[in-house]
Unconditional design. Sequence first.
Length: 313
Amino acid sequence: MNVLTVCFPVYNEVRFIDSLIQSVIGTFPVDKQIVLIDGGSTDGTLDKIKAWQEKYANIVLIHNEAKYVSHGFNLAYKNTSSDYIALMGAHAEYPGNYFQKGIEILSSGEADAVGGPLIQKGKSGKAKIIAFCMSSKFGVGDTEFRTSKKRSYVDSVAMAIYNRKIFDKAGLFDETLLRNQDDEFHYRLNHFGYKIMMEPEMESVYYVREDLASLWKQYYYYGLYKPRVLKKIRSGIRIRHLVPAGFVIYLLSLPFFLMVHWIFIIPLILYFTLAIVILSKGFSSVKDILFGLLAFITLHLSYGIGFLKGLFK
């Protein structure tokens, strides 16, 4: 039996799949199983996976007809039997000690789930600006794994490794959630008293979306499904979840407020001023700063609009 199962949901990842597999194939433990869960790729991803399978017998390909992460992970869980199981992202690269350190922590009993901080990077100039914004508390709030590198117990963590035993009590991923399924599961773990740790030595590189349209879609769906998550696990509500929706309501109401008094424009002026100050610390080009403003606005409006729509669904 394998000590560890590493699950990677993939879909049209031809640009990332080789570096992804290369970053994990030779790492501890050697007897791990790598499960690639494909959601219907048509760009050559499957051909690359099959080429890797010819070299390594421990690479398994699963076809996920439902396409979504929750379905794919549950399918992989039911078809494996390792002591530990991990759900990882395909747009990422992992340090050589990632799984070794994670299993050390889990086997010691310090935590029941563990992951590391994200170094958010972009492969293009615009993506690098998006990565900067997503690494800022102004951009994403106090999400620990995006903005902190301190070893601590956290509400949620990216790229988690789990002790398989926790699923007996907490259950599997909620297949009604097409986004935020790992957040909901982590809030559920907190509810049952399980401990989630963020370990700085497990820091991984995550490649962000490369354009504003893709970023909008990503964060819109994060916002859309968040109310359903918080309805299930009310203890998971944090101020950062509500602020973008409040910002959207403020903008929609601003024309009416301005008919009462000009002072209501001040919060918007402060928003842009703070955003420019933050961006000026990372970029000197006016063009880059302006794109960064658009990235911040995209993060906040897409999530806020999605959240408000999700409240009424």
